[in-house]
Write a protein that binds this ligand. Structure first.
Ligand code: TRP
Length: 471
């Protein structure tokens, strides 16, 4: 992140899009969509992004631009002089800052898996992942590609090694401060990733049985709608747009005062959602073509790692495309991880008043500590179910638990704080006036309306989740 500020709107859009597009779009979105009913999840997600996500994204940016502080400082500044309830809103800054500390370790775990798959496709013949090939994991026969994935994550040494490679790359980038270079590199890698995804989508269209998959992905089936669809879509929205974790406040703080915030935010929102949509187009029809809707509904964190190699095994030269695909995903993941780690390092060094170098060491320790425990959740600690005492979360492993706590508990709480800050502490009219700054703003009514009601669905999600009674 640049201390000197962005050179212009393009600078902001690129930085925000670079940090927004990552594993959230390519790993998390497709598996959640497959799991929670396909089309109906997609529809819920898009509606939420255009209303709720938009309102929060623009609020966070404006808060940053108004205060020119990090999240903790921004909340503190805006709440200064307020008493009782409104004064207490300043703790929201802390909630926003703690979330990235929870996300980064498991983000790096998945980053490690991606690193492994670059290597796996480099050294293995793709036929090893063919959809019809069989292999065993823990004595059970299954598709070779699923067995490969499960055998890898349940190997404590191998999986830790790849995790560490990913963490060290990220930390080196931060320590050497080569972010600027990475960003320039990203300008080439990002379009390449999108082109490759489009190519794979076209290929998947012609897979036998893909029609059913496209129907599953694109045609909403209301019977599949449930309370969990909304919870999952809302969590995904926070994660993918990087909101409710202070990152957008920080970016807003780097924007020039006279910059057009409204269209910048629009572009980030559209771009991020388009990439997620594309990733879904690429993976979901293939899953359904290979294993039917049942396979889609049983999808979990391994979806991308199990299905994509099967796709690549299906055509000549697939291995080259496979390596390219995972290299590009690795880049998207690394740029996001760098910006996540940077947020954490800044927060720790400011709040603990320690040097940047010491802060990097602290964050590294935290990431490696929690990350290794998360990884062991698939091997040595595979019996651990942290939320096992709540019926609904009985099956959540450690990674699922961290993901759930951050996306479905802390982020909604953070969003509640942000909303109260905007609506009650600053004042909605004053806030809109600031964002508008004399320009026409088409979605102003939508923004105001959403800000007034955002709190309610967030509260519901958190409270209903906490009780754990609802399926
Ligand atoms: N939005 C990123 C993704 O889709 C993940 C992410 C969450 C992130 N919080 C962040 C990235 C903060 C950078 C900074 O993968």
């Amino acid at each position: 992140m640049k201390k000197d500020g962005f050179s212009g709107k393009l600078g902001f859009v690129l930085a925000a899009a670079g940090s927004a597009v990552g594993l959230g779009n390519i790993w998390r979105f497709p598996y959640l969509t497959a799991k929670y009913g396909g089309g109906i999840f997609l529809l819920t997600y898009v509606v939420l992004v255009l209303t709720f996500g938009y309102a929060l994204l623009i609020s966070e940016n404006a808060i940053g631009r108004m205060t020119r502080r990090s999240p903790i400082g921004a909340f503190r500044k805006l709440c200064a002089g307020k008493h009782s309830f409104l004064g207490a809103v300043r703790w929201g800054g802390w909630i926003n800052s703690i979330v990235p500390l929870i996300i980064l370790p498991y983000y790096c775990v998945i980053g490690g898996w991606v690193t492994k798959y670059v290597a796996a496709l480099l050294v293995n013949p793709v036929s090893a992942f063919h959809k019809d090939a069989l292999a065993t994991h823990a004595g059970k026969s299954m598709s070779a590609s699923a067995a490969y994935f499960l055998n890898f994550i349940s190997d404590p040494v191998g999986s830790t090694a790849f995790f560490l490679v990913f963490v060290i790359i990220t930390a080196l980038v931060i320590a050497c401060g080569v972010e600027k270079g990475i960003e320039r590199f990203n300008k080439i890698m990002m379009p390449l990733l999108i082109l490759l995804c489009i190519g794979i989508c076209v290929y998947c269209m012609f897979l036998p049985g893909a029609g059913a998959g496209f129907r599953y992905y694109l045609m909403p089936d209301v019977r599949k709608f449930s309370y969990m669809t909304v919870v999952a879509a809302m969590g995904q929205l926070f994660f993918s747009l990087s909101i409710a974790m202070g990152i957008m406040i920080t970016y807003g703080a780097y924007m020039r005062r006279n910059e057009d915030l409204i269209s910048g935010v629009n572009q980030v929102e559209i771009f991020d959602t388009a990439v997620a949509f594309l990733a879904g187009m690429m993976i979901i029809p293939a899953v359904v073509a290979f294993g039917g809707e049942k396979a889609a509904e049983n999808a979990g964190v391994g979806l991308v790692f199990i299905t994509m190699p099967q796709v690549f095994a299906g055509f000549a030269g697939g291995r080259i495309f496979g390596v390219m695909f995972f290299v590009l995903v690795l880049f998207a993941a690394a740029t996001s991880a760098v910006s996540l780690m940077e947020t954490n390092v800044q927060m720790v060094s400011q709040e603990m008043r320690i040097s940047r170098f010491k802060a990097i060491l602290c964050v590294l320790g935290e990431v490696i500590g929690i990350g290794v425990v998360t990884l062991m959740g698939y091997s040595l600690l595979s019996h651990v179910r942290p939320l096992g005492f709540i019926e609904k979360y009985r099956n959540f492993d450690i990674l699922d638990t961290l993901d759930f706590l951050s996306n479905s508990v802390l982020m909604p709480v953070g969003a509640i704080f942000t909303t109260v800050l905007v609506v009650a502490v600053v004042g909605l009219e004053k806030f809109s006036h600031y964002i508008r700054s004399g320009r026409p703003w088409r979605r102003e009514f939508l923004f105001q309306f959403c800000m007034c009601v955002v709190v309610i669905p967030c509260l519901l999600v958190v409270l209903l989740n906490a009780t754990g009674v609802l399926k």
